[in-house]
Design a protein around this ligand. Structure first.
Ligand code: CTP
Length: 483
């Protein structure tokens, strides 16, 4: 089945170069996959996949020769890649067996275009544009990819059990595409038979590398409405395999007529709120802020208690949660660097700004918060504001109003005291020189006293004030300046 497509999708000169080179080599080349899908969605895509009836590596080599550019060959995967004017073009020979990276099975090439399309993940990703002179730009769509794209349907070309067993990551990809392609106007849905198949095969997640799983989770997290993806992960049982700690947030317990929030749906609401706040602030999505939102209440089940007088409590869940972050990151093979520390810090501090809303907002409490959050204070405020969820809209409105007061106070205190990037005005070298002493615990003690005095507002944040304060404290310790 082929339809001639509207002009414009293949305007870039790279397509005519590939077309000509393929004809010189006597092979047929097609644009396939994400590029074709995104053309119809009107989403620009700089990654082009070319499938060749013949050798993809040989065609890439020929084109690289014409363009005087380098080609990277991945022999194990039977693919080759070159870059041309900021566009990345990947070539692969048409396969009878599944198309996938990291394959352990041998790659079976020499298939026709249709063989190849049949072994791809979804109908919307299996459409191709011909690059042959005789029907240049014709859409080859044997499984109704266009129909599914306009109806918002994720469907596998083959029986889903077969498609998913070729590469179980496709189960996560189904969720990712459904989440990513959904818009406020149209929700993409995974067809029921594919959903059933995912439920049956969820345990196959076990064989996938954590890196590939996290790549998909990150893509879901970065969408405008990540909750949809996590609800799908949950309803297909994938969540238990990819992030079991999150599954544990599910459920509501009731004692003496008192119930607590369902922490799973609350977490997803917070995640969506963060995504919306980023859009509203004109910011790019911050992956790590989204991880912090996803994990902010992760230790609630472990800290849950029922107190007959006050009901459900989750005391210390922010501290325990922050302590769990390295373990969770490690189990997912995520970076154990400053990104992890950032998530850990946000989880640990996520209750602090709201505590200021409900308690009295003193300058010293604000200074301490600024000191601990440092440059991440704005992100913390986004997370904390997103965390205000309740079924009672008046309560939300009241808390949000008070929250604005805290924000204003933060700006005021920061303008006055510049605590955000606090550097102790007193250095160890200065103390050692002044008193003619070597490194010792006393220096740390004096510096700590200066810091506390500034944060408590006993002295202002300046060298003069800090120096006078420190000299007095040193005198009490029996130190006198050498000069
Ligand atoms: N593909 C597949 N099975 C996989 C991975 C990829 O069938 N497990 C096929 C699909 O046809 C897909 C194409 O390879 O369209 C390219 O894969 P990829 O670059 O991962 O995804 P895109 O569809 O290009 O989408 P995006 O760039 O948004 O990830």
């Amino acid at each position: 089945m082929s339809t001639t497509i509207t002009k414009g999708f293949l305007d870039d000169e790279i397509f005519s170069i590939i077309s000509k080179a393929a004809s010189e080599m006597g092979v047929k080349a097609f644009v396939i996959g994400g590029y074709v899908r995104d053309c119809f969605l009107g989403r620009p895509n700089k990654d082009i996949d070319i499938v060749v009836q013949g050798s993809g590596i040989a065609l890439a080599g020929h084109i690289a020769g014409i363009l005087h550019t380098n080609v990277s060959v991945f022999k194990n995967f039977g693919t080759a890649m070159l870059r041309y004017k900021g566009i990345e073009v990947e070539f692969v020979g048409a396969r009878k067996e599944s198309y996938r990276r990291n394959s352990r099975k041998p790659i079976v090439e020499d298939g026709t275009l249709e063989d190849d399309q049949l072994r791809r993940d979804f109908t919307i990703n299996a459409m191709a544009f011909s690059l042959q002179k005789e029907d240049y730009g014709a859409l080859v769509d044997p499984f109704g990819g266009i129909r599914d794209l306009s109806a918002g349907i994720i469907r596998t070309p083959l029986d889903p059990d077969t498609t998913f067993s070729d590469d179980p990551l496709r189960m996560l990809r189904a969720v990712r595409f459904a989440t990513k392609l959904s818009t406020p106007e149209q929700e993409f849905k995974i067809v029921p038979e594919a959903l059933d198949s995912i439920r049956r095969n969820a345990s196959r997640m076990e064989i996938l590398s954590k890196e590939r799983i996290v790549e998909e989770l990150n893509k879901i997290l970065l969408t405008p409405k990540p909750s949809y993806g996590f609800e799908l992960l949950d309803s297909t049982n994938l969540l238990e395999w990819v992030l079991p700690q999150l599954s544990k947030l599910k459920g509501v317990e009731m004692i003496d007529g008192k119930a607590h929030k369902d922490n799973f749906s609350h977490t997803l609401q917070v995640l969506d709120n963060v995504a919306a706040a980023e859009v509203q602030a004109g910011r790019e999505p911050n992956l790590w802020l989204r991880w912090a939102a996803l994990l902010h209440d992760i230790a609630k089940p472990a800290t849950k208690r029922f107190d007959p007088a006050i009901g459900w409590t989750f005391y210390g869940h922010e501290i325990v949660g922050a302590r769990w972050i390295p373990k969770i990151f490690q189990s997912l093979k995520m970076p154990l660097n400053e990104k992890m520390k950032y998530v850990q810090k946000l989880v640990e501090l996520h209750l602090r700004p709201i505590a200021l809303v409900t308690e009295e907002v003193t300058d010293s409490a604000v200074r301490r918060l600024l000191f601990e959050a440092g440059d991440d204070i704005d992100d913390l405020m986004i997370l904390c504001s997103a965390d205000i969820t309740s079924k009672n809209p008046q309560k939300v409105a009241r808390l949000k109003d008070n929250f604005e007061l805290v924000k204003a106070k933060l700006v005021e205190v920061e303008a006055k005291d510049a605590i955000r990037n606090f550097k102790n005005p007193i250095t160890g070298d200065y103390v050692m020189e002044l008193y003619g002493i070597g490194p010792c615990n006393l220096i740390g003690k004096l510096k700590e006293q200066v810091k506390e005095a500034i944060l408590d507002g006993v002295i202002e944040n300046s060298f003069e004030a800090a120096d006078a304060f420190m000299r007095e404290a040193a005198l009490k310790e029996g130190l006198t300046p050498v000069k």
